[in-house]
Structures are given as C-alpha cells and as structure tokens.
Ligand binder design. Structure first.
Ligand code: ATP
Length: 338
C-alpha cells in the first residue's frame, strides 16, 4: 500500500477476451492502489497483461470483472459523457508515439484542446506553453517526420498534458528509444511529476526504466500480480519466481553462465551493430555475456566479430541462436577460455 491518498484503486480487475480462437484471460484478479503524486511502475514479460491493464485503467477496454476507482469515481458506473470527462484527466503516451503525421508539433498538441472546444488562439497559446515544458518550442512548426524519436515522444507528452490530466499513463513509452534518449525522456517524466504533481504510471518490460524513476512497482505475471512494493525492496529481495527472473536477468546482476556455449558472431557489414545486440537481448529475453568484441561502425554498418557466451538456461540459449539464424547473422561455436 502507498502512504499517499489513492488516486486509482483497482479491485479484483478481470479481463477476458472471447475470440474465434478461444478465451484469453488477460487479467485474472488484479488489485492495486496507486497513490496521488507517485511514479508507479508495472513490469512484466511480453504477454503478461500489461497493456490490457493500462487500457482497463482508463476504460479504453471495459473490464469483464472488478472495479476501477479513479479520483473517487467508479468508472464502471459513469455514463459515456462522464467517462469521457474522466478520461481527459488521464493522459496517455505510447511506444509508437501515435502522432498525426499531417499536423505540426503544435498542431498535434492543440488537437485534444480543439476537440474539447477550446478556441484556436487559446489552444495555440496553451500548446506553445506545453511545448516549452517539454523543451520543443523551437520545433513547433516541424512535422513528425522531421523529428527524432525522442522529440516525437516529447510532442506526445505535451499533447497528453494538454487537458491537464491528473494521471499520465505511459505504455512502453521509451521502448523504441536508444538508451540516452530513454534517459532524457525519463528525466522529463520525473520533472513533470515533481513540478506539476501528476501521478505517473509506467508500463514497461525493462527493469532499468523502473529503477530510474519509479517509487513503487507491481510485477505482473500470467495475468496476476506476482509482487508489489517499493522498488528498492523488490529489487533487493525479490520473492516471486518472476521477480527473481527479472532482477537477476539485469546485465549488472549475477547470471549463471557455463563455460560452454561460447559463440563468435561475425558482423559482415550487412547489419548495424546496436540494434542487433539490443534486439537480441530484448526479443530473446536472455542475457548474453560479451567476452570479446572487435567491431567497427562504418557508416552505421557493423564490421568485425564479437564473442558472446549464452546463458545456461537451454531455452534462452536456443532463443538466441534462433534469433541469429533468422536474422542471417553468421555465427560459430568456439572453445571457451573463461
Ligand atoms: N483484443 C484482444 N483480443 C484477444 N486477446 C487479446 C487482446 N488483447 C490482448 N490479448 C491477449 O491478452 C494477453 C495479454 O496481452 P497484453 O498485450 O496485455 O500483454 P503485455 O504484457 O502488454 O504484452 P506485450 O508487452 O507483448 O504487449 C495476451 O495473451 C494477448 O494475446
């Protein structure tokens, strides 16, 4: 439980999808309390139910059981107009930014204000204030295609703040960004939380995101909450199997590596180095130990070789080899000297 007054209380939330291919229980029995003003993290592996949970929090998905109480209102009891109003108090940002490509940065930020009936001049003025908050007032006239990923996410944040929300829901908001840009977006979210007092809910599959800005975290696994608590406590003493898996798969943590499973990857200039290794670790959900690297970046293309050691977990190791095969990255097993 948070010591703060709750802004969102989730009680026995359940979401079942009925489809042609059968029934999917995306959320089983989720109960959580999120305090006003905190930065709360929700982490889990792919398919755990994170996106469904965030969409149920703002009723983009109507839960099939349980309740969401937001700012004293039981969302399930509101009529459509009241629900729309409540939703305006919950801004949302996404991994893929979801900007309108035919509108400038300012046009995007003004969009929710125009929909809410604010007159054009006032909307522009407010839009410029918001672009200033996110550090982009000089790019007000730029179109999304002219902005970097980090800048696009800044526009999306400004747009989400346009209706003065009490809560900002961030669904994998930094997952498409490089580490430096990720850090700058997380710093911006922290600043918004501190200066505007907005509660922030961060959905991610990355522990480092939680570590960087969240005060409390809930770990979701197979449609249920496996563990919830202060980040420092959960990280120092993970209790559930999934928490241990997430914490101990951190690159900095101790991971059991055998003396076998050492492979040489050859970068032959067909691929660029950064996405290959980052995507391999993300997609395979497997830590790899880089034992040796002699690579050069030539105009964005990687040339050279890298010797990596795969984790002991046979399935994780197979996923890594499968990834290399699928992406046609040449590799060979080598004798380990570790
Ligand atoms: N509209 C839908 N219809 C049917 N099943 C769905 C729907 N949306 C989600 N699911 C299923 O619900 C489960 C949870 O999905 P969800 O997207 O919430 O997980 P997630 O933790 O956000 O994963 P990821 O990070 O991969 O997006 C999955 O099995 C998914 O296939």
């Amino acid at each position: 439980m948070s010591d703060l007054k709750p802004i969102i209380t989730i009680e026995h939330l359940q979401k079942v999808f009925e489809g042609k291919s059968g029934t999917v229980r995306a959320l089983d029995d989720i109960s959580l309390e999120i305090g006003a003003g905190e930065i709360f993290g929700i982490i889990g592996l792919s398919g755990a139910g994170k996106s469904t949970l965030v969409r149920c929090i703002n009723f983009l998905e109507v839960p099939t059981g349980g309740r969401v109480i937001f700012d004293g209102m039981d969302l399930g009891t509101l009529d459509p107009k009241a629900l729309r109003q409540a939703r305006r108090s919950m801004g949302m940002i996404f991994q893929q930014f979801n900007l309108l490509m035919q509108r400038t940065a300012l046009g995007n930020v003004c969009f929710p204000l125009e929909i809410a009936g604010v007159d054009k001049a006032k909307a522009r003025q407010r839009g410029m204030e918001l672009l200033k908050i996110v550090g982009l007032e000089e790019r007000a006239g730029a179109y999304p295609s002219q902005l970097s990923g980090g800048q696009k996410q800044r526009v999306a944040i400004a747009r989400a703040l346009a209706t003065n929300p009490k809560v900002l829901l961030c669904d994998e908001a930094t997952s498409a960004l490089d580490p430096t840009t990720t850090r700058s977006i997380l710093a911006l979210l922290k600043e918004i939380n501190q200066t505007l007092g907005i509660t922030i809910i961060v959905i991610t599959h990355e522990m480092k995101v939680i570590e960087e800005i969240c005060q409390r975290v809930a770990i979701i696994d197979q449609s249920n909450i496996a563990e919830v608590g202060h980040v420092s406590e959960v990280f120092a003493n993970p209790k559930s199997g999934i928490a241990k898996q997430l914490v101990f798969s951190q690159p900095s943590a101790q991971v059991p590596f055998s003396k076998r499973q050492v492979y040489r990857i050859v970068f032959d200039g067909r691929s660029s180095f950064e996405p290959v290794i980052a995507n391999l670790v993300l997609e395979c959900r497997a830590p790899v130990n880089i034992l040796y690297a002699d690579t050069r970046d030539i105009e964005g293309q990687a040339v050279g070789q890298m010797v990596i050691q795969l984790p002991e977990d046979e399935l994780a190791a197979q996923r890594v080899l499968g990834y290399l095969k699928t992406h046609q990255i040449p590799y060979e097993e080598v004798e380990a000297h570790v």
